[in-house]
Design a protein around this ligand. Structure first.
Ligand SMILES: [Zn+2]
Length: 506
């Protein structure tokens, strides 16, 4: 038996499953391609605006996105809801801030009263597809699954799945084959260790199957760790085909792990920024900095090179959608769930800090037929995506969202009195007021950081104020020089905290 599966086989095979095994709910009157536009959101996990050349980063990390941006609306000061996946993604999906949706803990869930108020529910007349490489995002999809026609299992677009392999070997008997396969092969699965021999066999098949791909990734295959690795190429090809083949209009939310760590770029980009003379700005150690031996500058280089892979594949996805004619009927969104940081003694996003690299994310909106670029510099928030996409697709604005219609679509200039917030409370207790949290408020040119309850500050408060327009690197803390501004913004923030904590005070 030949088990050497090539890429075409992979795609053919990957395409085999969704309509069969994962039984999309086709009980609606789908089937007629209407004049409604598709809405496709592409999220690249942990893609910081700080490291994007389109937003001024010194390394040219995004040549393709820059090329495509000429036909889009580009948001230069766009803020995530938080600095990590669960809280940041729940903000994208619910149009509310973390202190409202309450998906605060790692792999947490939104509160029960938010489950029906999700972005998928706005598009009830659409065929809704969701995919994520990141399991924590799948935890959220699971809450919203009543509003998703096709929730693509993570394994569908990872490189090696023994379940998928057995379904290929026994195409006419998939369910039974899969069950017996699981019982025989998955020795980790308690109670089902029937065959050690087959387990070894499957490892060697896996090895053989992935060897071709491993050659393309000198730092190892891209992975979310608990999978056999994946290629963005496969996901992009599969999704473009899938969007074309399902009954439209389509609402799709696709959450890809790159450039999240481990930073494993394609060989085309490996070493591209090595010894390129890039100088990062030296900044003081943060109070949340962890003692670490990792060289932040090497990790930054690896991360930046991983962005090149993201950029290439987003460019390819765009071009495929355009060539197939789908772009003419699609509103395409590129964004992220949070950022990443390589300074102040932190590398990554496992920190309670909310400096700009951790929370400023890209947002580009591509509308059909756009020929020019519009740049938006006023501060905007991830909560704004729900009302804006509702508006662009002619759906009523849901009352439950906390965002505002983004410029240039809004008629009024909301920037003057607008407050932007980001929130992290990683150890929050369920249904309790926030007792330890990191919060920022952005108002025009000023950004105030507010940290409270942490042992690093002896359970007290820490306040910092920056003029992020003139000092985007957040080097000069103005909280003492500009006392009035700092206290006014802090008061506003504290008033807001009282309001969001209210439902949880006994
Ligand atoms: Zn994330």
């Amino acid at each position: 038996m030949k088990l050497d599966i090539n890429r075409r086989d992979f795609l053919k095979f990957a395409g085999m499953l969704p309509l069969g095994l994962f039984a999309p709910k086709l009980d609606k009157s789908f089937g007629v391609k209407s004049d409604k536009k598709n809405v496709i959101i592409v999220v690249f996990d942990a893609l910081s605006a700080y490291n994007i050349s389109l937003h001024g980063y010194a390394r040219e990390t995004t040549p393709n996105i820059a090329r495509l941006a000429e036909r889009s609306t580009v948001y230069h000061n766009h803020y995530a809801g938080s600095n990590y996946t669960t809280s940041g993604t729940a903000t994208l999906l619910t149009g509310t801030l973390p202190w409202t949706h309450r998906a605060l803990k790692p792999n947490g869930t939104v509160s029960a009263d938010r489950v029906d108020h999700n972005i998928f529910s706005v598009f009830k007349d659409y065929y809704r597809i969701a995919y994520s490489h990141n399991e924590w995002v799948n935890t959220l999809f699971d809450q919203f699954k009543e509003d998703i026609e096709e929730w693509i299992p993570r394994e569908q677009l990872t490189l090696f799945s023994s379940d998928r392999l057995v379904q290929k070997i026994f195409p006419n008997d998939r369910d039974i084959a899969s069950v017996s396969w699981v019982r025989n092969i998955k020795i980790q699965q308690e109670g089902y260790a029937y065959s050690l021999f087959l387990s070894k066999l499957i490892s060697s098949i896996e090895e053989k199957y992935t060897s071709e791909y491993r050659l393309q990734f000198p730092r190892g295959l891209p992975t979310a760790r608990a999978d056999g690795g994946f290629l963005l190429e496969h996901a992009v090809d599969w999704i473009v085909e899938r969007i074309a083949s399902v009954p439209g209009p389509v609402f799709g939310y696709f959450h890809f792990l790159p450039p999240h760590d481990p930073y494993r770029t394609h060989r085309e980009f490996t070493g591209q920024f090595r010894n390129d003379g890039f100088q990062s700005i030296v900044k003081p150690l943060d109070i949340f900095a962890k003692d670490q031996s990792d060289d932040a500058q090497v990790l930054r280089q690896y991360y930046d090179e991983f962005i090149l892979y993201v950029d290439r594949e987003f460019g390819r996805m765009f071009d495929l959608l355009e060539k197939s004619g789908q772009l003419e009927n699609t509103i395409l969104v590129l964004t992220s769930d949070h950022g990443e940081m390589f300074e102040r003694g932190t590398a990554g996003h496992v920190t309670d800090s909310l400096y700009e690299p951790l929370i400023r994310i890209p947002l580009l909106i591509f509308e059909p037929g756009m020929k020019n670029r519009t740049d938006i510099y006023e501060p905007t928030s991830a909560v704004d995506l729900v009302p804006t996409l509702a508006y662009l697709s002619s759906h009523p604005t849901p009352q439950w969202n906390e965002g505002t219609l983004l410029p240039p679509y809004s008629q009024t200039d909301s920037s003057i009195d607008r407050n932007i917030y980001a929130v992290r409370s990683y150890d929050a207790e369920d249904a309790k007021p926030l007792s330890q949290a990191s919060v920022i408020i952005v108002k025009g040119r000023y950004k105030l950081h507010y940290y409270f309850g942490y042992s690093e500050i002896d359970g007290k408060e820490l306040v910092k104020l920056f003029d992020v327009k003139d000092d985007p690197e957040e080097l000069n803390d103005l909280s003492r020089l500009e006392k009035d501004i700092a206290s006014e913004m802090l008061n506003e923030l504290k008033t807001k905290l009282v309001e969001v904590n209210k439902p949880y005070i006994p």
